[in-house]
Write a protein that binds this ligand. Structure first.
Ligand SMILES: [Zn+2]
Length: 425
């Protein structure tokens, strides 16, 4: 009897009666054995990976930090060099090497030097010591080794993103930039992580009550411990120029407006213009069914955000109306973008990630731009098919399918004659 028959409950009892004994065997014996194999972990690898800095330093005696992975047996000395505790990574004291005190209780790692070579053991219990196979890694090389031929690590290391607003959108873009190898971050946000943020933020319940900038910094450093981070627990309007000193210039910096209101993004654009740096803003409409990307590149003589959205900013607009975005006839306080589900935010932030990478690499002849050359200053995108009834006809014509985007030009008439940044272009 094959397995298919065994699982067929429709067979009348009399027809399979002769095979009952075999059936029981397979049901309770073989099948449960096969199922148990799915959850049995493979034997421990008994490997230790150590940073090359540690291997080079044959005089080092002292503590080692990282993680003992007793289940997989794939232990790791981790941090900048494995010798220092790394707060962002939460690396623990896992043992010592050379003539140095060991932890009081097993398990711990025991390192020895012999003829300039290190070797390691896992002291699993007071009586059991297991030799470990050693693998040496270079954190710097290994971190971004999968970028080879796509992005230059050394180039990205000098780049700086200024994240104005470390909420759901700002945190998502910041982490993508960290994964892309951006080496410098300025994080501006005065708020703390709340429980209701967690469902669409890169941080988690363990961050509740922390400043968003602190929690995000930790996530960045968990991806790239070499990244440099400056934080300001204030609005961009209040941040002193020293916030950007040495980091924010046209070639190396990008200001990203990820505020939930236009006034914040306008101030972020002002700050970018003061530094002569490019600017990118992203905003969403109610429930994240659609959104917009705004790009200002200084070398193109682009119109600034404050001019492009002049009326909306002046009126502190909140409404979208047929054929218009953010038409401002009501004095309804500041504009509130209302991000919805994180899955619906993702598409817009993904577009913003690509544009950000393109901007940071726009003077690199080795780099192949992703989407920037296809976009003008303002791009609308549709996140879902879940569209509001109001203006539906217009939006269906403009963005016929979900995940469509359409770039439009900002009219030169928008330029304010007294704008210090774009009136003279
Ligand atoms: Zn302007």
């Amino acid at each position: 009897m094959n397995e298919l028959d065994l699982r067929n409950n429709d067979i009348p009892p009399e027809t399979n009666a002769p095979d009952e004994e075999e059936t029981d065997f397979f049901d309770e014996g073989l099948l449960s054995f096969i199922e148990s194999m799915d959850v049995v972990k493979p034997p421990a690898a008994n490997v230790i990976i150590i940073p090359e800095e540690l291997e080079r330093d044959d005089a080092y005696s002292g503590k080692l930090y990282g993680f003992l992975r007793l289940d997989s047996g794939y232990h790791v000395a981790l941090g900048m060099d494995g010798k220092e505790p790394n707060e962002a990574l939460g690396a623990e004291w896992i043992g010592s090497i050379g003539d140095a005190p060991m932890p009081e209780n097993a398990p711990f790692l025991v390192g020895e030097w012999e003829n300039g070579q290190s070797r390691f053991f896992l002291q699993k219990s007071p009586d059991v010591r297991i030799p470990l196979q050693k693998e040496v890694y270079s954190l710097r090389q290994k971190l971004f080794s999968r970028h080879s031929g796509l992005i230059e690590t050394d180039w990205m290391d000098k780049k700086c993103v200024v994240i104005v607003g470390c909420g759901s959108v700002g945190s998502a873009i910041a982490l993508q930039m960290a994964r892309s190898g951006v080496g410098r971050f300025v994080l501006l946000d005065a708020d703390c992580v709340e429980i209701n943020n967690v469902c669409r933020h890169q941080c988690s319940l363990r961050d509740v009550g922390r400043f968003k900038a602190d929690a995000l910094e930790e996530r960045i450093l968990q991806i790239n411990p070499y990244a440099l981070v400056r934080k300001r627990y204030q609005r961009i309007q209040q941040a002193p120029a020293s916030t950007y000193s040495g980091w924010a210039d046209a070639d190396n910096a990008l200001f990203i407006g990820a505020c939930d209101n236009r006034v914040g993004n306008a101030c972020a654009c002002d700050a970018a213009n003061e530094q002569g740096a490019p600017f990118l803003a992203i905003g969403y409409m109610a429930r994240a069914w659609a959104g917009e990307l705004f790009i200002q590149l200084p070398e193109r003589g682009d119109i600034c955000y404050r001019c492009a959205f002049r009326k909306q900013i002046e009126n502190d607009v909140t409404r979208e109306r047929r054929n218009h975005l953010y038409v401002g006839e009501e004095d309804a306080g500041k504009v509130h973008f209302e991000p919805g589900l994180d899955v619906d935010l993702e598409y817009g932030t993904s577009l913003a990630d690509k544009v950000a990478l393109d901007i940071l690499n726009r003077s690199n002849p080795q780099y192949h731009p992703r989407i920037l050359p296809t976009l003008s200053q303002l791009t609308f995108f549709s996140g879902t098919q879940d569209r509001p009834a109001e203006g539906r006809e217009f939006w269906d014509a403009a963005l016929p399918r979900p995940l469509d985007y359409r770039s439009v030009k900002v009219s030169p008439k928008c330029r304010r004659p007294d704008c210090p940044y774009c009136s003279k272009v």
